[in-house]
Design a protein around this ligand. Structure first.
Ligand SMILES: Cc1cc2nc3c(=O)[nH]c(=O)nc-3n(C[C@H](O)[C@H](O)[C@H](O)COP(=O)(O)O)c2cc1C
Length: 176
């Protein structure tokens, strides 16, 4: 199976998952920027296309790069994954995965979540300011769950929670 993994990564966590997926599936990686320069015929060669990007404000950043193209790729295996600082059990994750694909798109594509981390060193100044706003939004949530509290701790400083176990469901889905 010829697999392409297109990724959008600001601080490297999504890139790491894209590379792990390429290794596990014998696939090729491309940045979203590189992939955007390719014409439609380039994608015809692949049996599976995976798109990965980081979570920004409870959405997969640039998900529309993938969702606006997939109706042309219905005959391929299709997956999208988000990489965020949230623990996998965080209450918002399932909801955001459900919103990533329409009901129609869920018939031929699947959304996944991989736990990434935070790198305040590599983040842009704008992102750092947005993270502060994000942390404040979380702190302001009423009836915070244990997972919300865990998330508040995750965003307090740089951290790396990447683990190869998070690609296993994606690999199983593509190979299935
Ligand atoms: C502006 C901003 C908003 C973010 N929003 C979320 C979010 O809603 N949920 C989450 O889990 N992580 C959030 N994060 C954390 C990133 O998704 C996380 O650091 C991710 O691992 C970055 O991946 P990358 O290294 O590929 O850029 C946010 C980070 C930034 C900078």
């Amino acid at each position: 199976m010829k697999t392409l993994i297109v990724y959008f990564s600001q601080t490297g966590f999504t890139q790491k998952y894209a590379e792990w997926l390429a290794e596990a599936l014998g696939g090729t990686t491309l940045t979203m920027k590189e992939a955007s320069k390719k014409d439609d015929s380039f994608f015809n060669d692949f049996d599976a296309i995976i798109f990965g990007s980081w979570l920004s404000m409870e959405k997969i950043a640039k998900a529309d790069w993938f969702t606006s193209r997939i109706d042309k790729w219905k005959c391929k295996k299709l997956a999208i994954f988000g990489v965020g600082a949230s623990p996998a059990e965080y209450s918002g994750i399932q909801g955001l995965l459900d919103k990533t694909l329409t009901e129609e798109q869920r018939k031929y594509a699947k959304a996944f979540y991989c736990v990434g981390g935070l790198s305040y060193e590599k983040m842009s100044l704008g992102s750092k300011m947005l993270m502060k706003a994000f942390a404040a939004m979380l702190k302001g949530k009423k009836n915070k769950t244990e997972a919300d509290e865990a998330m508040i701790k995750h965003v307090a400083s740089s951290c790396d929670y990447t683990d190869k176990k998070y690609i296993e469901p994606i690999v199983a889905y593509i190979n299935g």
